[in-house]
Structures are given as C-alpha cells and as structure tokens.
Design a binder for this molecule. Structure first.
Ligand code: FAD
Length: 421
C-alpha cells in the first residue's frame, strides 16, 4: 500500500463496493463504507458463484423477448416480467426492446468479454493472497442441453465465442459425461467454456470484509444514504442517519437500489431488479458429486459445487423489489434437476432455507461503470446483472484508477453510467 491520497467514501457493501474499497486501499486511499443493512446479505452472497467470460452476450439479445413472453404464462418458468403500469418498468422495457438486436450484441460482445477476462485474472491474483481462500476453481463451466433446438443455438454461440478467442469445447453426450465421472447426465451434449470458473461467494465476501477491516477500512452499517449535499459540480457530503459524511472521492454502488440512490444525487440510472433464488443441497449420495459448475440450459438453472455441497439457483423475475418468496419458481428449479441429473434426489427446501437476491439489470444488459459527467468527484460502479460477481474485481480496479486520475486500463467507454441521461 502507498501513501494516503485522501478519503474515499464507498456507498454499498456488495461485491462492487467491497472490491472498490479493496483497490482504493491498495492505492493508498483512506476508505469508509456506508451500508444500509448489516454485512451478512445482499445479492453478492447467495448467487451461483460463477466467473463467466462466457457471458459475452448481453441480456438484451435477439430472441429473449419472444422466449420471455412464452415463459410469462407459466408460474414455474425461469423468466417472468410482472405486468405492471409502473413507469420504471415501462421505460426499462422500451429500452430493452430497442437493444434486443444482433447489432447491439455485436457492438458489446468484445467489451464485455474483455472486462470479464481481466476480472477473472484479478480473482486469480486475489486467491493467491494468504488472507483469501474462497474455493476458486478455474476449470470451466458446462452448458448442458437436452433438445436439438437449444443445441443448435448453443453451438452457434460457441462458434462466436471461439471467434472471440475464448477456449471452448463443443462436446457430444459421451464427451460431456467424461467430464463428470461421478454424476449421470441425461443430456444430448454440452459446451465446456474452459475460460470460466466458480467460487464460494459467501467466503469471498466475508474474507474481503475481514481484509478491509484489518487494513484500515471503516464500515458504517445500518447507514442508509438518504441525501447528497452538492455544490456546483462536486459532492460535498452524503447524508446517512441524519449525519454528514464528507470525502474527497465518492463511489456509488448500491446494486439493484442504484436508481433511487443516484436519483438523490440528480442522476438518472435505469435498472430493474431481476429477482433470483438459490438453495444448498447436501449430496449424501456420492453419485451426486460434481466436478464443474453447470448451467441446465432449457431450465435456466445454475448448479455449482460449493464447500462440499451443491448450490442450485435460477429464475429471473423482473419486477419492483418485493421480499416475498414465490415457492412456485423454486419448485420449477427443483423439478428440472432430475431431467438433467437423474440420480439427483433434491427435495423442495423449506422456505427458510431459500435465499433470494436482486440482480441489478440494465435495459441494454451492460454495466454502469465510470466517472460521472455531472459530478466530478463521483464514480459509479453497478448494473452487473447476471455477471456482477464476475465483474467485481475489474469494477474495483477501474474505480481506483479513475480516483487516481489515471486512464482506466479497461476500455469502459460503452459502460458510461450516464448513457441514458
Ligand atoms: C440467483 C442468482 C445467481 C447469480 N449468479 C451469478 C453468478 O454465478 N456469477 C455472477 O457473476 N453473478 C451472478 N449473479 C449476479 C450477482 O450476484 C450480482 O450482479 C452482484 O452480486 C451485484 O453486486 P453489487 O455489489 O452491484 O450489488 P449488491 O450485492 O446488491 O450490493 C449492493 C449493496 O448496496 C447497499 N445499498 C443500496 N442502497 C444503499 C443506500 N442508499 N445506502 C447504503 N447502502 C445501500 C445494499 O444494501 C447492498 O448491500 C447472480 C444473481 C442471482 C440473484
């Protein structure tokens, strides 16, 4: 760590906020973090733990709308948009429709790929530090399919990935089964994205918090930011719990709550919460052991080996925040598992054992990352959507570079946080 450069105040203790704090500390900033809750839960804890350079296609892509509409009428389906006249949803939906085309995918794929690849390398570096051991396993992710239609789409996507320089194997039934010698797979084939990996996000988050505390970062939990004091083009202070917090540099994360937080600083950010569920399965049977993380494609279910257990996750409900568990959706996940892994006997978990979180989903599927044009001492890092965990380190590194007045090492131009303003 280098000399003190001044004080940086980070809002939000998800992976985007903690990673920002980590890299700012490395560069010699004094760091404080404001978090509205405690440090035990947000979207960065219960996710599927996958590191995904394979996810170079933004959520807004051709075919997503038609598939989404088909799924909307099934209460167990993995994708759901709650019909509503909410202006937030309508405005988001119109932008989503505008971006669901091949031109947008072609325009953004290489930038998303690059961000994810650098971030994955940064996770490798982090895992080498003695303070960290978060089960990082860089052995690929298997995309498993059962139908010819999905096989065709996925093989086409795999060829695009190969054209983008990603290491990818297209495997038949036998080839994919060879990668999972302990678990019987009922699929017609799969793709191994060898550039991907997985980890234990709860371990990552708790170890990151300990590291930050041990290295001088100060956390203010149960402190919800409710206002900003702005003078000209700079933030003077943020208000939380009727107290003022001053700093030289402000970093706004906030996950799916970013729009309301940014609005308080006069900035418009478009995001919808994409609610998803996960739960842990304890495989008593050795035939339920997996070597790789996998996506069960038709069912849109994520499966990740984690700390001797397996985490299953899925569903995407686009709707305003609502902290109620929809057991039909979780049942949809549970019922799909034996279709792909016939020896797995996974029971519907108790409601109290089910986790849910809100992915911060931008309408064009791209993150928001960069310096605010409006407020010169504000950096925004959010909107990671389905890959927000993967992008954590590159978010943090970029934030620290901008705070230091450096040109960001990643090309972040298309992630401009005020692109819809
Ligand atoms: C089921 C599921 C599976 C997923 N799987 C993966 C995966 O395998 N790989 C992957 O890369 N991503 C995955 N994701 C997405 C990933 O989890 C998120 O994109 C990521 O965690 C978002 O991180 P964040 O820091 O932006 O937001 P969060 O983790 O939500 O953190 C934001 C924090 O800001 C705080 N905050 C908000 N407003 C205020 C305020 N006004 N004042 C103070 N604090 C505030 C919140 O309380 C919260 O703690 C998954 C998500 C889900 C739901």
């Amino acid at each position: 760590m280098t000399q003190n450069k001044g004080k940086a105040l980070v809002i939000g203790a998800g992976i985007a906020g903690l990673s920002s704090a980590y890299y700012l500390l490395q560069k010699g900033w004094q760091v404080e973090i404001l978090e509205q809750n405690d440090l035990t839960n947000n979207c960065s804890y219960g996710n599927a733990g996958m590191i995904v350079p394979s996810h170079f296609t933004p959520l807004a892509a051709p075919g997503v709308v038609a598939q989404g509409i088909r799924w909307m009428f099934n209460s167990k389906s993995p994708f759901y948009v709650k019909p509503s006249l909410s202006p937030q949803l309508i405005s988001w939906g119109l932008k989503f429709l505008k971006h669901s085309n091949q031109q947008h995918v072609d325009h953004s794929a290489s930038a998303i790929r690059d961000l994810n690849i650098v971030s994955s390398h940064l996770y490798n570096e982090l895992a080498k530090k003695e303070e960290f051991d978060f089960e990082l396993t860089q052995n690929g992710i298997l995309m498993l399919y059962k139908t010819e239609k999905v096989a065709e789409e996925e093989i086409e996507l795999a060829h695009t990935a190969i054209d983008l320089g990603l290491p990818v194997d297209i495997l038949d039934k036998k080839g994919i089964q060879n990668l999972e010698p302990n678990a019987k797979l009922d699929v017609i084939g799969g793709i191994n994205y060898k550039c991907d990996g997985h980890m234990n996000p709860v371990k990552l988050m708790t170890q990151m918090i300990s590291y930050l505390k041990n290295n001088g970062a100060v956390f203010h939990t149960q402190h919800k930011v409710t206002g900003f004091e702005i003078e000209g083009t700079a933030i003077k202070a943020v208000i939380a719990n009727d107290k003022k917090f001053t700093a030289d540099q402000f970093v706004m994360t906030g996950g799916s709550f970013l729009p309301e937080l940014a609005h308080k600083a006069g900035i418009k950010i478009h995001l919808m919460p994409g609610k998803g569920y996960s739960f842990m399965h304890n495989p008593e049977n050795p035939a339920n052991r997996l070597e790789h993380a996998a996506l069960l494609l038709e069912a849109r279910v994520a499966v990740t080996p984690m700390g001797g257990q397996i985490r299953f996750g899925g569903t995407m409900e686009l709707a305003p925040h609502r902290d109620k568990k929809n057991m039909n959706r979780v049942e949809g996940i549970v019922q799909s598992i034996p279709n792909y892994m016939p020896d797995f006997r996974v029971k519907l978990p108790k409601e109290s054992d089910i986790w849910f979180g809100y992915r911060p989903c931008a309408p064009d599927g791209l993150p928001y990352l960069g310096q605010s044009a409006k407020l010169k001492n504000l950096i925004i890092a959010g909107g990671g959507g389905m890959m927000g965990l993967s992008l954590g380190p590159i978010f943090g590194k970029t934030v620290s570079e901008i705070a230091d007045g450096q040109q960001p090492s990643a090309d972040i131009r298309i992630f401009n946080p005020e692109r819809f303003s």
